[in-house]
Design a protein around this ligand. Structure first.
Ligand code: SAM
Length: 311
């Protein structure tokens, strides 16, 4: 059974086991960037037999929506706090969702911010791999340029087709941003896409990647680990930096690490544990970052460094 009223706040991607264990509800949907949660509440109330996941990157919004959902007594909503660019592909089984909704996403109009758009590169593939055959992706936006871009990019994927583009749609629910833009007399565009053929995305499940390495060398000295402070690296807009180190009386060490993937920032610890012969390097279980490219790069860099360089 899916646990009732569980709120997943930046939990381990393995949470999907808990999300989906047992019998699947007959309708499964996600809203990306739910803001104050009123659309999520509305669709969940309308279909009590379904389960509705909300993904939101703002903790303030996530907590507001949690309160709203708790007040409403809705038992079929799950809130996930984090960046949908990573969570959509990591938290659900393949070909499992019947619908993905996005209401008034931030359009990030400047080209240097393009990668922050949820629908930027790779999204269509993740979407196609996440939806059941026949599943839909529904987007509402007030931004014509953004609407045109999405209308071009999504159907370029072989498994996805555009079903409808509608100007000024009438729906049972208006979100906060929809009310705001309508009051200002803006055009509203609805775009609906459908998955037309089965498609299993071959994307690598970074969330399942074990970041765990046993080294045939003794633990580094604390001074050696501290010397890594401010070491940084990365590629393009995926960056990482090592910060402070800590050591326990039993010799376990923690290295604070900060990463950013296209503006999605995470802060966590890498743990170095002495073993009889050698040492174990792993991501600290309490900090549970999503296995984004920069997290993997930082981890691999530390392991390389421990193998060859610091004492
Ligand atoms: C303009 S608001 C729209 C809120 C709500 N959907 C509405 O229509 O009133 C965009 C929302 O998307 C969220 N958001 C932006 N980027 C996101 C991402 N990568 N993952 C999840 N949520 C995101 C923002 O925090 C914000 O709450």
């Amino acid at each position: 059974m899916i646990p009732v009223n569980r709120i997943f706040l930046n939990e381990n991607p393995e949470a999907k086991i808990a999300l989906t264990a047992g019998s699947d509800p007959p309708f499964r949907a996600v809203e990306i960037g739910f803001g104050n949660g009123e659309f999520l509440e509305h669709v969940a109330m309308a279909r009590p037999e379904g389960v509705f996941f909300g993904i939101e990157v703002s903790l303030h919004c996530a907590m507001k929506a949690v309160k709203r959902i708790q007040r409403s007594g809705c038992e079929n909503v799950r809130i996930l706090f984090g960046d949908a660019r990573f969570l959509l592909g990591e938290c659900f089984p393949p070909e499992w969702l019947h619908a993905v909704y996005m209401n008034f996403p931030c359009p990030w109009p400047k080209s240097r911010h393009a990668k922050r758009r949820v629908t930027y590169s790779g999204f269509a593939d993740v979407l196609a791999g996440s939806l059941v055959n026949g599943g839909v992706f529904e987007l509402l936006t007030d931004d014509r340029i953004y609407a045109e871009e999405v209308a071009r990019v999504i159907p370029a994927h072989p498994a996805l087709e555009i079903e409808e583009i509608c100007l000024d749609p009438k729906r049972d629910i208006q979100t906060k941003y929809e009310r705001k833009w309508r009051e200002q007399g803006k055009d509203i565009f609805l775009l609906r896409f459908r998955k037309k053929i089965p498609y299993f995305s071959g994307r690598s499940k970074k969330g399942e990647q074990e970041l765990h390495s046993v080294l045939e060398r003794a633990c580094p000295t604390f001074d050696g680990l501290q010397s890594l402070a401010e070491m940084e690296g990365g590629e393009h807009s995926c960056r990482w930096v090592f910060k402070d180190s800590y050591v326990s009386t039993s010799g376990v060490m923690l290295l604070e690490t900060i990463t950013s993937d296209d503006g999605f920032r995470q802060s966590f610890f890498i743990r170095i544990v002495p073993r009889e012969e050698g040492c174990l390097v792993k991501i600290d279980a309490l900090s549970r970052p999503f296995r984004t490219p920069s997290v993997v790069m930082a981890f691999e860099r530390l392991v390389d460094h421990l193998r060859c360089e610091i004492t």
